[in-house]
Design a protein. Structure first.
Length: 257
């Protein structure tokens, strides 16, 4: 079994929808959930990337479907969840779609601010809402895992928009957890530190930036996507039956300072 998943987190018989599944943490989450026995439906805007991930899942003996969609589009998200639910009843949602565009606040383009809020916050809300509605209509419980960030707890220079969006994701997670707990729907989030993904590699390629990140990490090293998938698998599993409204830091101690 690969690093980042635990034998007790089996998800046999579950159907998981993973947004942002074409790369980075979303891709790793889809592979991990499939390894644990879940059927996975992969969504993102890039069909080519999704097909590549689906091929990886199937080559490892898992089950995967591809449904491209833009999480910012309300109608597209509603149709995505409706169609995915039609394939097999959903029980898990992982919201990994997200992006970051750093920049000094005094010169930060409003267009970039709007884009981050649309993808990171609006997209997460739309997917949660559509998923939660379907489960409530069926009278079924389920689990939502939102991918937040350590920046949802602290601030960082040049990341005002990203920090604001991830603080919003944390608030959304807690509010939905309280609202939907009576219906058996648990809502949690994982909050990673900097991990090596296509999103962060350009930043970490700067030696000065990489050194500053490592200086701020008590654990002393940047994470890998597999360091996050164990937390996602746990929160998606029955082992987390009584966990909801929780933001699970996978941050090497960054927020413990």
């Amino acid at each position: 079994m690969s690093r980042g998943v635990l034998p007790g987190d089996r998800l046999d018989g579950r159907h998981a929808l993973v947004t942002g599944a074409g790369r980075g943490i979303g891709r790793a989450a889809a592979l991990a959930l499939a390894e644990l026995g879940a059927a996975v439906t992969l969504t993102a805007r890039s069909a080519d990337e999704l097909r590549s991930v689906a091929a990886e899942v199937k080559s490892a003996g898992g089950r995967a479907r591809v449904r491209p969609a833009d999480v910012r589009d309300e109608e597209a998200v509603e149709e995505l969840v409706r169609a995915t639910e039609g394939d097999a009843p959903l029980s898990v949602l992982v919201n990994a779609a997200g992006l970051n565009r750093p920049g000094a606040s005094e010169r930060y383009p409003v267009e970039d601010w709007d884009l981050l809020m649309d993808v990171n916050v609006r997209g997460t809300f739309l997917a949660c809402r559509a998923f939660g509605r379907r489960l409530r209509e069926r009278g079924a419980g389920g689990r939502i895992v939102n991918v937040s960030s350590q920046m949802g707890t602290v601030g960082y220079p040049g990341r005002a928009a990203y920090c604001a969006s991830k603080h919003a994701v944390n608030g959304l997670t807690r509010a939905l957890a309280v609202e939907w707990a009576p219906f058996g729907i648990a809502v949690n989030a994982v909050a990673p530190t900097f991990v090596r993904t296509p999103l962060t590699e350009p930043m970490l390629a700067d030696p000065a930036f990489a050194a500053e990140v490592e200086r701020r990490l008590p654990a002393g090293e940047v994470g890998e996507v597999e360091d996050v998938t164990g937390a996602i698998a746990f929160l998606a599993s029955d082992r987390a039956r009584l966990v909801t409204g929780h933001i699970l830091a996978v941050d090497g101690g960054w927020t413990a300072w």
